[in-house]
Design a protein. Structure first.
Length: 449
C-alpha cells in the first residue's frame, strides 16, 4: 500500500547501536534464567513530501531468551541471529522508498523483515527457523523510530495521528471486512490516562522474605518482597510459576499471598504467568481449583492468567482454554504475533490479550483495536524494558482504553539502564501508591526523546 496524504513521510538514513547491561539480580521465567539486557537502539531520519526532516528514535531489548527459546540452538546463536537480523532490518529500511503513514510503512516492513529472517536462518545454518516473534522483537525498535519521527516532523504526539486525517487506509485494509470503515483513533485515545496499576514481577528466583536472601546485593534497592511492597506501595503482583510442579506453584502463590496480606492491607490483584510451561490445560484447572480450596481469598485476588501452554497454537489444538477461562480470564502472550493468531486464540478459548511494545508499535496498535472490538481482557506487559522502550510501553498502555495494568521490570532487574531517565520521567520510573504516573506522556513523537 502506498500512502496518499500530504502528511506522509519517507524513511531514510537509519543508524543502529547496541548496549549491553548486566542485571542486578537474575530473572527466571519459562525454565530459563536471564542475567543481561542486550539493548538495540535505532535512529532514523524521516522526510515529508514537502522536504521537512526530523529524526526519530526507537529502542528495545533483544530478548532472545523469550523471543527465540530453543532446545537445538544455543543462547549465543539465537542472540547472534537476532543481532544480525537487526543489521538486515536496517538494510531493508534503507531501501524502502515509499511514502506513507507509520502504520502503513511498519506493516509493509514487517513482511520484508520476515523474509530476511527466513533467509538469514538458512544462511546461518540454524537448526531451527528464526521465529516470527523474534523477528517482531528485532524490528520493533525500527518501527518505533518511524512513529517517533512522524510525530516530531509534524510537531505532535504520535497518538494524535492515528485517524483519517493522517492515515490513508482504515483498519479494514489490515484486518479485513469486520473493520471496514473503522479507524484506529476510534480505539486509541489521543491523551494518556493519568495513572495505571503497576504489576510488580515476582520471579521464580526472587527472595520472598529477608530469610530467603542468601547473598545481599547491597545497592540500596529492595531485596525481598516486603521491602518492594513498602517502597512502592504495591497492590498488583505478577507471579512467575514453573508450570511443571503443581505443588511448588501452589505453595509459591500461597506464600506470596500470605506475605502480601501481612505487609499491606491493599486491595490485592495477582496475575499468574506460566510462560507456556503447563503441559496441558488440565494442569491449570487443577492448580486453580486447589488454590481456591487452599486459599479462597488468594484465588479471588487472581485477576488473570497468562499463556499457560505452548505458544504454537496450530500445533497444539488440544490446548483449549474454554473451561479454564470460566475460572479466570486467560490471556494470550507469546502466541500473539498478528491478527490471525488473535482470532485463533479466541477460537481456542482465550479471553484476553497481552499487548507488548516489543511486537512493534504498528502491530500492537492494530491488535489493541481488534481486542477492544472483540471485547477481550486487555493488559500491557513488559520485556524488562528500560529507558525509551519503557516510555513506549507505558504510552501504549496509557492510550488504549481498558488496559488493566502495566509492568516495569527494569527497575527491579536492570536499573542501571534507567539512569538519566528517572529524573526526566519520574512518574514512569518511580512508582508510588502501586501505580505508574503516565500523565506526562504527551511529548512529541512517542514522547521519549
Amino acid at each position: 500500500m502506498t500512502g496518499k496524504k500530504k502528511t506522509d513521510i519517507r524513511i531514510q538514513n537509519f543508524t543502529t547501536s547496541r548496549v549491553n547491561y548486566k542485571y542486578r539480580a537474575p530473572m527466571k521465567f519459562g525454565g530459563r534464567t536471564v542475567t543481561e539486557c542486550y539493548l538495540l537502539n535505532v535512529e532514523c531520519e524521516v522526510v515529508t513530501r514537502e522536504g521537512k526532516i526530523a529524526r526519530g528514535f526507537g529502542s528495545m531489548p533483544l530478548s532472545n531468551t523469550w523471543a527465540f527459546p530453543s532446545s537445538v540452538v544455543d543462547y549465543d546463536q539465537t542472540l547472534k541471529a537476532m543481532s544480525t537480523l537487526a543489521d538486515r532490518c536496517a538494510w531493508v529500511c534503507s531501501r524502502y522508498a515509499e511514502y506513507g503513514h507509520p502504520v502503513e510503512i511498519g506493516m509493509a516492513l514487517e513482511e520484508q523483515f520476515l523474509a530476511e529472517a527466513a533467509s538469514l536462518g538458512k544462511e546461518m545454518g540454524l537448526a531451527q527457523e528464526i521465529p516470527k516473534l523474534a523477528t517482531l522483537v528485532t524490528g520493533s525498535a525500527f518501527d518505533a523510530a518511524i512513529h517517533d519521527g512522524f510525530g516530531k516532523v509534524h510537531d505532535l504526539n504520535c497518538y494524535h495521528a492515528y485517524g483519517r486525517g493522517y492515515m490513508s487506509y482504515d483498519l479494514g485494509a489490515y484486518m479485513g471486512d469486520n473493520f471496514k470503515g473503522a479507524w484506529l483513533d476510534q480505539y486509541v485515545n489521543r491523551e494518556p490516562v493519568r495513572r495505571l496499576p503497576l504489576y510488580h514481577l515476582v520471579g521464580a528466583l526472587d527472595p520472598l522474605t529477608p530469610g530467603d536472601v542468601t547473598a545481599a546485593i547491597g545497592d540500596g534497592l529492595p531485596e525481598n518482597l516486603p521491602e518492594w511492597i513498602a517502597r512502592d506501595g504495591l497492590t498488583h503482583l505478577k507471579i512467575k510459576l514453573n508450570g511443571d510442579d503443581a505443588s511448588w506453584d501452589l505453595e509459591r502463590i500461597v506464600s506470596i499471598d500470605r506475605i502480601a496480606s501481612g505487609t499491606s492491607d491493599a486491595h490485592w490483584r495477582y496475575s499468574l504467568d506460566f510462560n507456556e510451561r503447563c503441559k496441558d490445560v488440565d494442569y491449570l484447572i487443577g492448580l486453580l481449583s486447589r488454590l481456591r480450596e487452599r486459599s479462597p481469598l488468594g484465588f479471588e485476588r487472581v485477576q488473570y492468567v497468562e499463556q499457560p501452554t505452548a505458544r504454537d497454537l496450530k500445533a497444539n489444538p488440544q490446548n483449549r482454554m474454554h473451561a479454564a477461562a470460566k475460572l479466570k480470564p486467560v490471556v494470550i502472550d507469546e502466541s500473539l504475533t498478528d491478527y490471525e493468531s488473535l482470532l485463533l486464540s479466541q477460537e481456542m478459548g482465550y479471553t484476553g490479550v497481552a499487548l507488548k511494545a516489543c511486537k512493534g508499535q504498528s502491530q500492537s496498535l492494530l491488535l489493541g483495536a481488534a481486542a477492544r472490538k472483540l471485547g477481550l481482557f486487555l493488559c500491557v506487559q513488559d520485556l524488562t524494558c528500560p529507558g525509551a522502550s519503557l516510555i513506549q510501553s507505558a504510552s501504549l498502555a496509557a492510550h488504549i482504553p481498558g488496559v488493566s495494568g502495566i509492568e516495569a521490570n527494569s527497575r527491579q532487574y536492570c536499573p542501571v539502564a534507567n539512569r538519566g531517565w528517572e529524573d526526566r520521567f519520574p512518574g514512569v520510573f518511580k512508582i508510588s501508591g502501586g501505580e505508574m504516573d503516565t500523565s506526562d506522556l504527551t511529548g512529541l513523537g512517542i514522547g521519549a526523546v
